[in-house]
Design a protein around this ligand. Sequence first.
Ligand code: CA
Length: 260
Amino acid sequence: MVKGRDQLLKEKRQRERQKEKNQRHKRTIIMSTTIFILLVVVVVGIVMVQANKNQASPPTKTSTAPPPQSTQAVPSNTIDISGQPTLGQANAPVSIVEFGDYRCIYCKQLEETIFPKLKKDYIDTGKAKFTFINFTILGPGSSLAANASEIIYHDYPNYFWEFHSTLYHNQGNENKKWVTKSLLTKIAKKTVPNLNVQKFKDELNKETYNNNVLKDHELAVNLKLTGTPDLYVNGKAIADPLNYQLIKAAIDNALNKAGN
Ligand code: CA
């Protein structure tokens, strides 16, 4: 049977429509796949950026950020504060110990925001004493600054805290080598009346008290510290040394235990 011309044309149009339909379907699949791939790329990108951000955020082991602290109690007698600058009454029931680095920005923050409150509420009232121990983890500048503070502590103990706090106030950018012998001498002159400038310079050049800096470092390493600042209240590590309420609670708890 021979198909009519109209019938042939109809079949041809049907085939063409089917072809078009198939092509549209193909295009739809390609577009959906492309959109899906783009979405996956965007999501993976966001996740990676977020992960990098988290990595870049403090704390890290070598940065100056407050490190993750062990809240495990360390008996206070394991932190030997003999030969360390200590402010307050020797027989105060609570012993607060800071491990710090003069180049650490969070240590400066502790010095400027936390320490004045501790001094007013607990040290000046005879409830606590405060000890500073060097933990030099930020390079040669940290060690040089610590050496200068040990010189002041040994030669002019009454002016240690003034020198210590002025040094923090003069802290430079953490990415720059701001600790210099001339800056340390300038701060020593400013904070110590009748400073023997030549002796100070000689001791700084010879690193006369470097063994004390190394001894401090050893104390920190024995406590498995990984960053600065670290704060201990009667031997118990404070999880966040920049949280005054947390420190206050630990001190009040220690005072209660001591029957005060
Ligand atoms: Ca020391």
